[in-house]
Design a protein around this ligand. Structure first.
Ligand code: SF4
Length: 155
């Protein structure tokens, strides 16, 4: 999985003023790959637990682990890499998030993470593993900022 996003972009005139294109192909690359972290908040834990119809305690025990004071979703090794515990694949190999409607902010805001938006080169680097980048729907800059800051979700 990609590394966790960091909020570091303070530029007032970003390079992506014309907007950016993105349309997920459901390849699943962002939910697998090298070992990584999918951080979630206590509120997100409650939402995921409710979605799974289990208690938050059971959710933490079965699907997550703690690193220092933060919690991350578990991963398991597959032929594709270290898959998120909630990543499923259909018969055609298409990736499906089994908690899509309640997925953590880190997942909801990809690929409009601060670190990907810092420079055009960073965006292109992200595109090497995410075939959805630079394709499909054009997101205007205002919408990118709203998604980046976690106030909206990519659908
Ligand atoms: S196209 Fe990008 S966002 Fe969609 S599953 Fe693949 S890597 Fe993830």
């Amino acid at each position: 999985m990609p590394a966790t996003p960091h909020k570091t972009d303070t530029s007032t005139k970003p390079w992506y003023t014309q907007g950016l294109s993105f349309a997920c192909t459901q390849c699943g690359n962002c939910c697998t790959g090298p070992p990584g972290y999918v951080w979630f908040t206590p509120q997100e834990a409650d939402q995921i637990a409710a979605h799974l119809d289990i208690t938050p305690d059971t959710f933490h025990r079965q699907y997550a682990h703690q690193i220092d004071h933060q919690w991350s979703l578990n991963e398991h090794k597959t032929a594709h890499g270290y898959d998120c515990v909630f990543l499923k694949r259909d018969a055609a190999g298409k990736a499906l998030c089994s908690i899509y409607s309640v997925r953590p902010q880190q997942c909801r805001t990809w690929p409009f993470w601060h670190e990907n938006l810092q420079t055009h080169a960073a965006w292109k680097r992200a595109a090497r593993t995410c075939p959805g980048i630079d394709h499909g729907k054009l997101y205007p800059i205002d919408q990118i900022r709203i998604i980046r800051d976690g106030d909206a979700t990519i659908r």
